[in-house]
Design a binder for this molecule. Structure first.
Ligand code: GLY
Length: 438
């Protein structure tokens, strides 16, 4: 904490999620100097950016010392799984993000499934296999579609669905013998398929108390109508229409047993738990659909965060600092109000191969709201500056454009109006984000 009561803050990561976190931290009067590593050109409007690898603990610790950092907020999963939080905490730095043990909820699918079974968190039945014979046996006891997950972190490429048992066995051999995902696929989880409506709830927690954020849904397929290949996410919206009593049930059936389980396993957890949930049976019109946990993540989702944070009426910096201090109970219960929708502008060809370094037009006025575009924000995801300082594309997902309003329709109109002012060669995006709410 500085003499003026503010706190210098470092955000680790470089995508749209981290840009949006930095944006809302910058709105707090608690935030002193804001730093991001490695950051992106969009973040330069609000923060100093540093070309450090977020997984390199020494480099991160060096930044903390050099800039008097009082709070580190870790965006992506890789530094969490690498134990960067543990190292920073051991050096006395306050951190929002779990240590390596807590990060196992995401970095090991087998750990997460066993954890849920052990602690009574609802999830589909499963087997954990390390050789093809075990896989064949596990597949023979199930019906299609077969769900196969690589155990480790695989940058969103570790989940497979197969309609045919032979194809499912081949996927297992590719992972276990051909090592197509390297060490991440040396163990596989084979689980029962669960159908229903998928949605996400974030809980900010110190392992004891928690605050839930507005439920959201992302769109993973590349093209309209949920068609085409899977991507890292082409857009998201919040809130999602949920059955009466849904959030109370998430508390009772998922978050409380999860936190109790973490405590009984001796895992201290300070950060966000992303609960990937399936509403099973009858859709959201029924009063009592079942809840099944598809996955945990140990960080905010991308792009869900860009649609959830605009609705959070609390002070993000104070909330994340309280969490880092193990004092979430001191955070007021705040409403999440209004609606937000975000659309990812992607490079031509994404999620396959794409060309980089293409000039981006339409961001000359910056990322924030403007008179022409009230209630809309741009968060950079995969951008860079070329040698002449021009903004260019540098990734598959290039920008996230967010619209915020009192209603879903207003938010949607604002997001798409802003998109009409932005272009780069090959740009593609979905025109139907939020279709399931209409
Ligand atoms: N949007 C999915 C994720 O962040 O994992």
């Amino acid at each position: 904490m500085r003499a003026d009561g503010k706190i210098n803050t470092l955000v680790l990561g470089s995508g749209g999620r981290e840009h949006s976190i930095a944006h809302y931290l910058s709105k707090s009067d608690l935030t002193g100097d804001l730093h991001c590593a490695p950051g992106n050109p969009g973040m330069m409007e609000i923060a100093a950016i540093h070309r450090a690898d977020p997984c390199d603990r020494r480099a991160v610790l060096g930044l903390c010392k050099a800039y008097g950092i009082g709070l580190v907020v870790i965006g992506p999963e890789a530094p969490l799984a690498a134990g960067v939080s543990d190292s920073l905490r051991a050096s006395g730095v306050r951190v929002f993000g779990p240590g390596r043990a807590g990060a196992s909820l995401e970095s090991s699918k087998s750990f997460a499934k066993k954890f849920m079974r052990r602690h009574g968190v609802p999830t589909s039945d499963f087997d954990i296999c390390t050789d093809p014979d075990e896989c064949r046996e596990a597949i023979s006891r199930r019906t299609h579609p077969y769900v196969i997950k690589a155990d480790g972190l695989a940058a969103g490429k570790g989940v497979f669905l197969a309609d045919d048992a032979g194809d499912a066995e081949q996927i297992c051999r590719d992972l276990l013998i051909e090592k197509k995902l390297g060490a991440a696929g040396e163990t596989v989880v084979i689980e029962d398929f669960v159908s229903g409506l998928e949605l996400t709830v974030f809980a900010i927690t110190d392992g004891d108390s928690y605050r839930l954020m507005s439920p959201s849904r992302d769109h993973k397929r590349a093209y309209d109508g949920d068609k085409g290949p899977n991507t890292g996410g082409m857009g998201a919206y919040s809130p999602v229409r949920v059955p009466n009593d849904f959030m109370r049930r998430v508390e009772e059936e998922v978050i409380r047993p999860t936190l109790k389980g973490l405590r009984s396993d001796g895992i201290e957890y300070r950060g966000v738990i992303y609960m990937g949930l399936m509403l099973v049976g009858g859709g959201d019109a029924r009063d009592e659909p079942g809840i099944s946990v598809i996955e945990y993540n140990v960080r905010f989702g991308d792009p869900e965060t860009q649609a959830v944070l605009p609705l959070f009426r609390g002070d993000l910096a104070r909330t994340l600092l309280a969490c880092a201090d193990g004092d979430v109970k001191s955070c007021p219960e705040v409403d999440n109000s209004g609606a937000a929708l975000c659309v990812v502008l992607a490079s031509g060809g994404y999620p396959g191969g794409f060309v980089r370094s293409l000039p981006i037009r339409g961001l000359e006025g910056g990322c924030g709201e403007s008179e022409d575009f009230p209630g809309s924000f741009i968060f950079h995801a995969g951008t860079d500056l070329d040698r002449d300082g021009r903004l260019v594309t540098a990734g598959g997902r290039v920008l996230t454009v967010v619209g915020v309003g009192g209603t879903f329709e207003a938010a949607k109109a604002r997001a798409y109006a802003r998109i009409s002012s932005i272009s780069f060669d090959g740009m593609h995006y979905r025109k139907d984000i939020g279709w399931s709410e209409e």
